[in-house]
Design a protein around this ligand. Structure first.
Ligand code: FE2
Length: 314
């Protein structure tokens, strides 16, 4: 199922050629775009003169959301900052698919809004699939009420291995020092205690953490429910953890999630996916609570450069 309003598309009808003109116009119109975002879950701005991380920083700042920096986040991806608010989406290699997820929904700290900006499109592939999680959960609940009830009632636990040193070739390669914003083992353990995580250290210096039970379903302001979690990305993309190859994802009571339920969620999600095929200068604003995103693999000699800015409601 698709909806012509998802994502909403705003084009440069006034023919702005200067960023300063765009910023004046945006500031005047921002309430309208926030309303569009609330009803559609994503708004794509196309054809505007946004060509550098600095332009994009100013464009996203015009919306007046609060900052959510990579440094303070518990994101597992290796990223590179361009400005204090703007960084690479994920440094994972081109052939690696990033499966559908809500940004940082596997941690207690996640941004409410995401801005993406395409500075350079891939030659082939590299689209960002978007998927409405409220539509997905409604369809899943209708077909499989018992599984849907289990997710909603039990929640989820995520198990992650954080390397001692950053590994840019992995979608989850951020070191534990960087992830937890600490420098020592003691500081790491103090931070984990505060977060309610359990953990253990491996011989290679890496750290395996398990979250407390986290909600799998989020109530949205309009009364709908969103499948707000990392289930698809973890099921399809995360490796088994540690020497014992432990499952990276369980229900919140540590019981196993039925494999058929995961297969069905993956199958069903494809009915709701819209690939965002990037053009240079595109800016997409995404409601992270309602819409999942991912990244398709890409090829070609030109570097795909899609940068992000994370934001919180204020
Ligand atoms: Fe992401």
């Amino acid at each position: 199922m698709t909806d012509s309003t998802f994502p909403a598309i705003v084009e440069n009808q006034a023919g702005f050629t200067e960023v300063s003109e765009v910023l004046d116009w945006l500031t005047a119109e921002v309430a309208r775009f926030k309303e569009q975002l609330a009803s559609t879950g994503a708004v794509l701005f196309r054809g505007f003169p946004v060509s550098s991380p600095e332009d994009f920083d100013a464009f996203s700042a015009a919306f007046g959301y609060g900052d959510f920096t990579y440094k303070e986040s518990l994101s597992n991806a290796v990223r590179i900052n361009f400005t204090p608010r703007v960084f690479t989406a994920n440094e994972a290699p081109p052939e690696v698919e990033i499966f559908l997820h809500h940004e940082m929904a596997q941690t207690p700290l996640s941004p409410e809004k995401l801005f993406f900006c395409c500075l350079s499109a891939a030659e082939e592939g590299g689209a960002t699939p978007l998927c409405r999680s409220d539509w997905l959960y409604a369809a899943f609940r209708e077909r499989h009420p018992e599984w849907a009830r289990q997710f909603a009632e039990l929640g989820l636990k995520y198990k992650i291995q954080m390397p001692a040193q950053a590994d840019a070739d992995s979608g989850q390669g951020r070191s534990w020092c960087s992830t937890l914003s600490v420098e020592t083992v003691d500081e790491a353990e103090q931070r984990l205690r505060t977060l309610g995580y359990s953990w253990r250290w491996e011989e290679d210096g890496s750290l395996i953490t398990t979250t407390p039970a986290m909600p799998a379903v989020k109530q949205l302001p309009d009364g709908s429910e969103s499948f707000y979690n990392q289930v698809l990305a973890a099921h399809l993309g995360w490796k088994p953890v540690g020497e014992d190859k432990e499952e990276p994802l369980t229900f919140g009571d540590d019981s196993a999630i039925p494999g058929e339920a995961l297969v069905e969620l993956d199958r069903l999600s494809k009915d709701f996916v819209l690939p965002l095929d990037w053009q240079e200068g595109d800016v997409a604003l995404v409601d992270n609570h309602r819409v999942m995103h991912g990244r398709y693999p890409f090829t070609g000699s030109r570097k795909r450069s899609v940068v992000v800015c994370l934001a919180r409601d204020v």
